[in-house]
Design a protein around this ligand. Structure first.
Ligand code: 5RP
Length: 217
């Protein structure tokens, strides 16, 4: 089974978590796109969607499903998203698609976070995937210097501006053995909008697609 087939399988498995009358938070990325493609199957149960990116909004609206603002939704019962890496504690690296800030906001506002990955993303220690950090442009080099002090190698994501008008630094070479501590530390650097560690608010359920089936942890 190739990676796209696994993404489709895990997306299909996530559909079962949607219940009647749910407002559904939806993340971003290619796995989420597979999930949105299948939403026709459960559309009648969905009251509205809170979206984490401009692209997700466009795709959900193309299915004639209502997208509302977070302030209108209040606490969201369920958030469904992908990730770039996940560990056994359901702590994640996200932001490969650059939507990490809105994703973290929606995840934080949700009662249950279902995360969909394929088995290539399930790792013992986070950090092989370069850690995305959304940064206010003015602070690009000062944040980069802080990352070098922490042992990372920051690379500016070329030709990319987030939905919030900021830049992304991808930090290579970090060994993230204490995800919550590092997430907090990075949050405290002036100019950092959001870092891609999702450990303070980790996933509640991790769905992992492998060759044969879906593991749920
Ligand atoms: C976007 C994300 C995505 O969830 C993450 O990059 C995984 O993407 P994909 O499903 O395309 O592998 O965090 O900001």
């Amino acid at each position: 089974m190739n990676q796209l087939e696994k993404k489709n399988k895990v997306a299909e498995a996530a559909l079962q978590y949607i219940e009647n009358g749910h407002i559904v938070g939806i993340g971003s990325g290619s796995t989420v796109n597979c999930f949105i493609d299948m939403l026709d199957k459960v559309k009648s149960k969905i009251e509205a969607v809170v979206s984490s990116s401009e692209l997700t909004t466009k795709l959900v609206e193309s299915k004639n499903i209502k997208v509302i603002e977070l302030r209108e939704a209040g606490k969201i019962p369920i958030y469904i998203d992908g990730a770039d890496e996940a560990n056994k504690f359901k702590q994640l690296i996200k932001g490969g698609g650059g939507a990490l800030t809105r994703e973290k906001i929606v995840a934080h506002s949700s009662s249950k976070f279902i995360c969909m990955v394929d088995d290539s993303k399930y790792v013992r220690m986070l950090g092989k995937f370069p850690l995305p950090i959304e940064v206010i442009k003015m602070a690009q080099s000062s944040v980069a210097m802080e990352m070098i002090k922490l042992g990372g190698r920051p690379v500016l994501r070329e030709n990319f501006i987030t939905d919030n008008g900021n830049v992304i630094l991808d930090i290579h070479g970090l060994e993230i053995n204490e995800p919550i501590k590092l997430e907090e530390l990075l949050n405290n650097i002036p100019g950092v909008v959001t870092n891609g560690i999702f450990a303070i608010r980790s996933a509640d359920k991790l769905l992992i697609a492998n060759e044969k089936n879906i593991d749920v942890i």
